[in-house]
Design a protein around this ligand. Structure first.
Ligand SMILES: CSC[C@H]1O[C@@H](n2cnc3c(O)ncnc32)[C@H](O)[C@@H]1O
Ligand SMILES: [Zn+2]
Length: 436
């Protein structure tokens, strides 16, 4: 017998476990409560009360994990494009963000979550302001998230924002049935001077709190840090003890020298690659293959919708593969299966949740998606991994489960009132950008 937990059997589905070395195969996936009870090729025996979902024509894979973004920036989507990063941030984003209320943050985050669920993302790492609002939206929508209050430590605010960062950690770690985890979020080497950053790193180390930080996104950043401290941005963080003290989620990691990459060897956490944002802002191409060769975990993120425009992780997977091939002039530089594993198991490692999610296997949390393969652009299926990495888009996702709970079935969102959300977002977005 199977006890009181509800069981859902996804029958006869093409299963992509995303475990290293596994090939796609047809079989059943059994969800029991919040976890995966079994994943296998044999037909599973049915019990009274089991819910049966036909997987005919579908592929199942672990939920995509967006390893770096700023969710409320959906309200700034396509508000300002085609500018250099520093101009874009200082002239457009920061002034617009200064006009955002707590309620704006809530609705912007919910808009991001609707878009993420619709495109197969089940978990994300977020760094922003008014994080309580984002945490509330995560709890309500049923997603999984790692949340950090973004901190520009160069600005003297009497410790107010840092206190908000610690408060978030205290109040929200482990909330929403364990779906919410937290980090500290010093923004970047260029907005965080050595003294307060060293202090924060020491405190994070003592309390075992992970750190989410932007690193080496542009050549301008490299020049600024060289001028201020005579080091590369990576050396700057390394010399402050960051990689010894904490699990670290590095966003971008584009401009790394060979010796920078060696400094990252053995780090806990890893780098979140944001290929679309990096391409749109003209930042450069992160040395993904070289990082992986040195054993540094690499995941995939979108960055905020203010730069990436969409939160569709399938677009990022494709861009990641293309850009590595282009940069190396070598089609083998980042194969389809490896790009898919980066966006699932790789990102899970960066968020520190790889023991729970990121692959489809018995015992893990039931965070997964079903892709509808019965569409012209996804047929035939000579190589399912290649079809999904190179041809699928967020709109092909049929169903999404987190913790065994369906958040979308047959493309209908089950935890979000989309009509109300779209109306709220439109009014708020228009007000925020007025006059900026
Ligand atoms: C203080 S909360 C986070 C902060 O980061 C800003 N941001 C968005 N995208 C980027 C990026 O690509 N590089 C650096 N900073 C970025 C966002 O606007 C928030 O102010
Ligand atoms: Zn960012």
């Amino acid at each position: 017998m199977h006890g009181a937990k509800t069981r859902t059997i996804i029958r006869n589905v093409l299963i992509m476990t995303m475990k290293e070395g596994d090939r796609p195969f047809r079989g059943d996936i059994v969800l029991e409560g919040s976890r995966i009870a079994s994943v296998g090729p044999s037909v599973t025996s049915q019990h009274p009360g089991d819910e049966i979902i036909s997987g005919e024509g579908m592929a199942a894979m672990p939920g995509l994990i967006n390893a770096h973004q700023h969710s409320p920036m959906t309200l700034l989507r396509a508000f300002s494009d085609d500018l250099k990063l520093m101009d874009w941030l200082e002239r457009k984003m920061f002034p617009a963000e200064a006009r955002m209320t707590e309620e704006d943050i809530y609705w912007g985050a919910q808009l991001a979550m609707a878009e993420m669920i619709r495109s197969g993302t089940t978990a994300f790492a977020d760094m922003y302001i008014h994080m309580e609002q984002i945490a509330t939206a995560v709890a309500e929508t049923g997603m999984r998230a790692s949340l950090a209050r973004g901190l520009a430590l160069a600005e003297d605010d009497g410790g107010k924002r840092l206190a908000e960062g610690w408060d978030l950690i205290e109040r929200w770690s482990g909330q929403a049935n364990g779906r919410i985890t937290t980090m500290l979020g010093p923004h970047s080497p260029y907005l965080c001077p050595p003294e307060p950053l060293k202090e924060l790193i020491g405190e994070a180390g003592r309390k075992r709190i992970p750190i989410h930080i932007h690193l080496a996104e542009t050549v301008e950043e490299t020049a600024i840090i060289r001028e201020r401290y005579g080091k590369t941005p990576t050396e700057y963080l390394h010399d402050l003890g960051l990689f010894d003290e904490a699990h670290v989620l590095l966003a971008h990691a584009v401009h790394l020298s060979a010796s920078d990459i060696r400094l990252l060897r053995g780090m806990r956490g890893g780098a979140a690659h944001n290929p679309v944002s990096n391409a749109k802002l003209g930042c450069g191409i992160a040395p993904v293959a070289a990082l992986m060769e040195q054993g540094v975990a690499v995941g995939i993120g979108t960055d905020g919708a203010g730069s990436a425009t969409t939160l569709d992780m399938f677009a990022e997977i494709r861009a990641a593969a293309w850009l590595q091939k282009l940069a190396a002039q070598d089609p083998t530089a980042l194969p389809a299966g490896r790009a898919l594993r980066m966006a699932t198991a790789g990102s899970a490692r960066l968020l520190g949740i790889d023991s729970e999610v990121g692959t489809l296997e018995a015992g893990k949390k039931a965070d997964l998606l079903l892709i509808d393969l019965r569409q012209p652009h996804l047929q035939p299926l000579h190589d399912p991994e290649a079809v999904i990495a190179y041809a699928a888009a967020g709109g092909d996702v049929d169903s999404v489960f987190v913790d065994g709970v369906p958040l979308m079935r047959s493309r209908r969102l089950l935890t979000i009132d989309e009509e109300k959300l779209l109306a709220e977002a439109a009014v708020r977005a228009a007000r925020i950008v007025e006059g900026v």
